[in-house]
Write a protein that binds this ligand. Structure first.
Ligand code: SAH
Ligand code: SF4
Ligand code: F3S
Length: 437
């Protein structure tokens, strides 16, 4: 009987792509993918450490996996990804996991699976300066066959003081540009119509060979040149690094989607300094002005942290006023979570009390909801091109798909097929969906 592996994925889109790489590696060890935990001989959680609540969720899942392990002896349970890297053998001490594998060690999974026994759990959490899994063709796990994620780099060389990623993912390295283009060509040939290029800081992408040097703008061009009906998206951009060259390259290629995810974190320059973001409020606003002057229709989204160390009511007011001024389409908004080992954890005091953090977060969320509605309303009357993804979740008689600026649209099916492009006119909206005809 063929063995089966079941993987639950938490955290960012990079983890979604890593899970696809893990399935490809597991196939070499004789494991086929299953979506049913109860029939799997191998159960993995690909985990996230970004905030404490992300880890708490995994501890809860581990109990559920452990029941499987007890009910079906021989079933293996493993923790992979960022939490594996952060907690290492502390996870083995729980006696609830057989495998602990960090983000740069997935190639050793077949070897670890050979060696593992119930009383000999296995661990590999070595970080690497080179690993990019460039030669591995991910087993796509998306449901629609239209939109694929492609990792273009791994790790992060920034040291934002609140962030665990540099510790869990290691140093930044860029993947061979030609392997990225090959992977994009391959998914396009299989019917995909959209690729999203992923990295923690895509603007610092830089791949060099003996006679070539490819930066992010050049990579965008190379991928955009594959086919005019292949949409190109990317995330995440860093405000300190997003260059005019990237902005002009987007503008020059209609198939590079008009959307930039540009995490601001805070609107207070004093706090941005403490966060070690290496830009000021003014710098951020200038980048926004530049983007909008070159691409007036560009969608802008962001991440915001409420209640970072020493944040005063004035700092918080600066965040609100920046959000008011920019008018993001939507945002990911978080209460600051102190992470062991980070610079903030070692050198600053997490001194905004939880209730106050949450009060500020709720203010940020309320403001953003109002802004989202404004931004979506401003689209009413416009005709936009959408890439049809499939039936709408709410109303199966309708289809859904994204506009270039990343806003979700719903529209009548009218015989259209998933994977095709449609011109639709916006007639109404909520704060998260454009309703079109
Ligand atoms: N590389 C990206 C973001 C990666 S993490 C960037 O630099 O923008 C995704 C988001 O999680 C961050 O943008 C930040 O808003 C949030 N985040 C990271 N660490 C956090 C922490 N300790 N507490 C709360 N939110 C955090
Ligand atoms: Fe974390 Fe900063 Fe790197 Fe983003 S750029 S992953 S926030 S350290
Ligand atoms: Fe989480 Fe690791 Fe991504 S900490 S956000 S899964 S890089």
């Amino acid at each position: 009987m063929e063995k089966r592996a079941y993987i639950e994925t938490y955290g960012c889109q990079m983890n979604v792509n890593d899970t696809e790489v893990i399935f490809a590696i597991l196939a070499r060890a004789g494991y086929a993918r299953t979506e049913v935990m109860e029939e799997a001989q191998l159960i993995l959680a690909n985990t996230c450490s970004i905030r404490d609540n992300a880890e708490q969720r995994i501890w809860g899942r581990l109990e559920v996996f452990d029941q499987q392990r007890k009910a079906r002896p021989g079933t293996l349970v493993g923790i992979v990804g960022c939490m594996a890297e952060r907690l290492k053998d502390k996870l083995l001490d729980t006696h609830k996991v057989d495998l602990v594998v960090g983000p740069d060690a997935y190639r050793s999974l077949p070897r670890l699976l050979e060696a593992v026994t119930p009383d000999r759990p296995q661990m590999d959490v070595l970080l690497s300066r080179e690993e990019t899994y460039a030669d591995i063709t991910p087993v796509r796990t998306d449901r629609n066959g239209i939109s694929a994620f492609i990792s273009i780099m791994r790790g992060c060389n920034n040291v934002c003081s609140y962030c665990v990623v540099p510790y869990t993912r290691g140093a930044e390295r860029s993947r061979d540009a030609h392997s990225i283009v090959r992977e994009a060509c391959d998914v396009y040939a299989r019917g995909y119509k959209e690729v999203t290029l992923l990295g923690q800081n895509v603007d610092s992408y830089l791949w060099k060979s003996q006679d070539e040097s490819v930066n992010f703008a050049r990579l965008l061009e190379m991928v955009a040149a594959i086919a005019p009906d292949l949409r190109v998206r990317f995330a995440t951009s860093h405000p300190k690094d997003i260059s005019d060259e990237v902005i002009y390259t987007m503008a020059a290629h209609p198939n590079i989607c008009r959307h930039i995810h540009l995490p601001v974190q805070s609107g207070s320059t004093r706090l941005l300094e403490k966060m070690r973001r290496k830009y000021s409020r003014e710098w951020y606003l200038e980048r926004v002005t530049k983007i909008r002057s070159v691409m007036p229709d560009c969608g802008l989204t962001t991440d915001v942290i409420a209640g970072f160390c020493s944040e005063t009511p004035e700092d918080h007011a600066d965040t609100l006023s920046l959000m008011e001024e920019v008018g993001f389409d939507w945002a990911f908004m978080f209460a600051y979570s102190d992470r062991p080992g980070t610079l903030a954890n070692r050198t600053m005091v997490d001194d905004v009390p939880a209730p106050e953090k949450n009060r500020r977060l709720n203010e940020i969320i309320a403001l953003q909801n109002r802004k989202s509605l404004e931004r979506y309303r401003a689209q009413i009357g416009k005709t936009v091109e959408v890439l049809v993804e499939g039936p709408s979740k709410r109303d199966p008689a309708m289809l859904c798909g994204r506009a270039s600026n990343n806003m979700m649209c719903v529209f009548p099916a009218a015989g259209r097929k998933a994977g095709s492009y449609a011109q639709v006119t916006v007639v109404d909206c909520t704060s998260a969906t454009l309703i079109c005809e």
